[in-house]
Ligand binder design. Structure first.
Ligand code: 5AD
Ligand code: SF4
Length: 466
C-alpha cells in the first residue's frame, strides 16, 4: 500500500483534521511515511488566517514538487484545508504539479480521491463544495496507530464553522456556517478515547461558545435522518455547558479543556461550570483581539473591554489559579496609538499567562481588507515588538510566581526536545519538565516547581518519589 505524509499548518483544528485524515488512510491500509521525501502521497493541510501562512504552504509545495517530481513522477501532491477551500482550482493553475485540492468539508473523501488518482482513473481532483453532515466526519483518531505509546491527551472536534464574521477573519468563508455535532455522538467518541487510555480531552471548535446554537437547521437534514441533539435548547444552561456536563460524566476521564470560546458567548453558566465541575481544569484561552472599544467595534467582536474584564474577574473569582491566555491582533486598520495603548493597558491589567500576538494581515473579501487607514508595516512591526515585550515580561513574572508551589501534572510522555526528561501539564495548562520515567505516563502526579524556562516550568523529581 502507498505511504502518505501530511504536513500541517495553522491551528489545532487543522492538527485534528490531519490526524483524522491520517487515521482514515491508515484504516484503508496506507502507511505513514517518516518524511515527505519517502512518501507516495504528500498532503499539505493549509491555513488561511494570515497571508504568511498561505505563502509558507505555497512555497513548501513549490519546493517539494520541484525536488521530488524529477526522480519520482508518480508521487501524488495535494492541498487540504482552509487555503484549499478558499483558492480551489487556482492552486492547480498556479502549481500544475498539484493533483488534489480538498476543501474543509471534504476531508473524509481524501482516501477515495487518492485511490482514483493513484490508479490513474483521474488526473486532477478539486472538491471544495459544501457537504451536509461534514461536521461529524472528523472522528477518527490515530492514538495508538503509529505512536509506540498510548496518547494521554486528545482533541475532539465538536463543531465546524463560525457565524460571527469578525471583520478581519477569513474563517467563516473557509470553514462555513456553524454546524455542531450531537452530544450522544460526541460522548461516544470521548468514551472510546478514554477506553483507549486518554485522560484529558480538549473540545475543539472555532467558536465553541456557539456550540449547538444552529443545531436543527444544520445537522438534522444533513445526516439524512433526524438527529437528536442530546441537549435541551430551553434549559438555562447553554448547549455547550450541557455538553461539558455529559463529557464530565465519563468515568476514567480526568481532565476537560476547550478552545476557543468567544467572550460574547461566555455566559455565567460557563463560569459557574468551572466551579461545579472538577474535571474542567483551570485554564481558559479567551481571545480578546484588542483592548480598545473603538477597535473592538470595528472588528465586530460584540463585547467591550469592560465586559471582557468582567469575565476575567468572574473566572478568577471561581478559580483563582486560572491560567489565562489570549489572542491579540496588532495593527488593525485605523488603530491609533491611543487604541494600541488601551491594548497594552488591558494586558497589564489582566496579566495573561501568555498572549499570542498577530500582526494584522488583510484577507481577501473580508470587510476589514477595504477599511481606510491601513497602517504602514513598520508601525505594525514596532507595536508588535513593544507589546511582545510587555506580554513576555508579564508571562515571565507569572511563571516565576509558581516557583515553590506544588502542582498536579498529567504526565503526557517524554519531552519532545529531550527524551530523557518527562513532560506533563498543570491544570492551568503550563508545561512542566521533570526527571521522571516512562512509567509515569498517563499519571496525575504532584510535583514541586523549582525553576522556570521560557514559558516552561521545571518540577522537582524528589517530589514524585523516584
Ligand atoms: N490578521 C491577523 N491575525 C488574524 N487572526 C485572525 N484573522 C487575522 C488576520 N486577518 C488571529 C486572531 C485569531 C487568531 C487565531 O488569529 O487573533 O484569534
Ligand atoms: Fe474568526 Fe471571529 Fe469566528 Fe473567531 S469568532 S473564527 S475570529 S470570525
Amino acid at each position: 500500500m502507498p505511504s502518505v505524509y501530511i504536513k500541517t499548518y495553522g491551528c489545532q483544528m487543522n492538527e485534528r483534521d490531519s490526524e483524522a485524515v491520517a487515521a482514515q488512510l491508515v484504516a484503508k491500509g496506507y502507511t505513514l511515511a517518516a518524511s515527505e521525501f519517502e512518501a507516495d502521497v504528500v498532503l499539505l493541510n493549509t491555513c488561511s488566517v494570515r497571508d504568511h501562512a498561505e505563502q509558507k504552504a505555497i512555497h513548501k509545495m513549490e519546493n517539494l514538487t520541484a525536488s521530488i517530481r524529477k526522480h519520482r513522477p508518480e508521487v501524488v501532491f495535494g492541498f487540504m484545508g482552509c487555503m484549499a477551500q478558499s483558492r480551489g482550482q487556482a492552486l492547480i493553475d498556479r502549481l500544475p504539479d498539484v493533483d488534489l485540492v480538498v476543501g474543509t468539508q471534504k476531508f473524509h473523501h481524501t482516501a477515495d480521491y487518492l485511490d482514483e488518482l493513484l490508479q490513474g482513473r483521474r488526473k486532477k481532483i478539486v472538491d471544495t463544495g459544501t457537504e451536509p453532515g461534514s461536521e461529524a466526519t472528523v472522528k477518527e483518531h490515530l492514538l495508538n496507530g503509529t505512536a509506540k505509546h498510548k496518547s494521554v491527551t486528545a482533541f475532539v472536534s465538536i463543531m465546524q464553522g463560525c457565524n460571527q464574521y469578525c471583520t478581519y477573519c477569513i474563517v467563516p468563508y473557509t470553514r462555513g456556517e456553524e454546524r455542531s455535532r450531537s452530544i450522544p455522538d460526541l460522548v461516544a467518541e470521548c468514551r472510546q478515547l478514554v477506553m483507549q487510555g486518554v485522560r484529558e480531552i480538549t473540545l475543539l471548535g472555532q467558536i465553541v461558545t456557539s456550540y449547538g446554537k444552529r443545531f436543527k437547521a444544520q445537522s438534522a437534514p444533513a445526516m439524512g435522518q433526524v438527529v437528536a441533539p442530546g441537549f435541551d435548547p430551553h434549559s438555562d444552561k447553554s448547549a455547550f455547558v450541557q455538553l461539558i456536563e455529559a463529557v464530565h460524566a465519563i468515568e476514567g476521564l480526568e481532565r476537560i479543556r476547550f478552545t476557543s470560546p468567544h467572550p460574547k458567548g461566555y455566559g455565567d453558566d460557563l463560569v459557574a461550570a468551572y466551579g461545579r465541575l472538577p474535571k474542567l481544569v483551570e485554564s481558559a484561552h479567551l481571545p480578546v483581539q484588542s483592548g480598545s472599544d473603538r477597535v473592538l467595534k470595528l472588528m465586530h467582536r460584540g463585547y467591550t473591554r469592560e465586559r471582557f474584564l468582567e469575565i476575567v474577574r468572574k473566572l478568577r473569582a471561581v478559580r483563582p489559579g486560572m491560567g489565562l491566555t489570549t489572542d491579540i491582533i496588532v495593527g488593525f486598520p485605523g488603530e491609533t496609538e491611543e487604541d494600541f495603548a488601551a491594548t497594552v493597558s488591558l494586558c497589564r491589567e489582566v496579566e495573561f499567562d501568555n498572549a499570542f500576538l498577530f500582526k494584522y494581515s488583510p484577507r481577501q473579501d473580508t470587510p476589514a481588507a477595504t477599511m481606510p487607514d491601513s497602517l504602514p508595516q513598520e508601525v505594525i512591526e514596532e507595536r508588535h515588538g513593544r507589546l511582545l515585550e510587555v506580554v513576555n515580561q508579564i508571562g515571565k513574572r507569572k511563571y516565576e510566581a509558581l516557583i515553590g508551589s506544588e502542582m498536579q501534572i498529567l504526565v503526557e510522555g517524554p519531552s519532545r526536545r529531550n527524551a530523557a526528561r518527562m513532560m506533563g501539564r498543570t491544570p492551568c495548562n503550563k508545561l512542566v519538565l521533570f526527571d521522571g520515567s516512562p512509567r509515569h505516563r498517563g499519571q496525575l502526579l504532584p510535583v514541586r516547581i523549582v525553576r522556570t524556562g521560557n514559558f516552561t516550568l521545571y518540577g522537582d523529581p524528589a517530589i514524585v518519589g523516584l
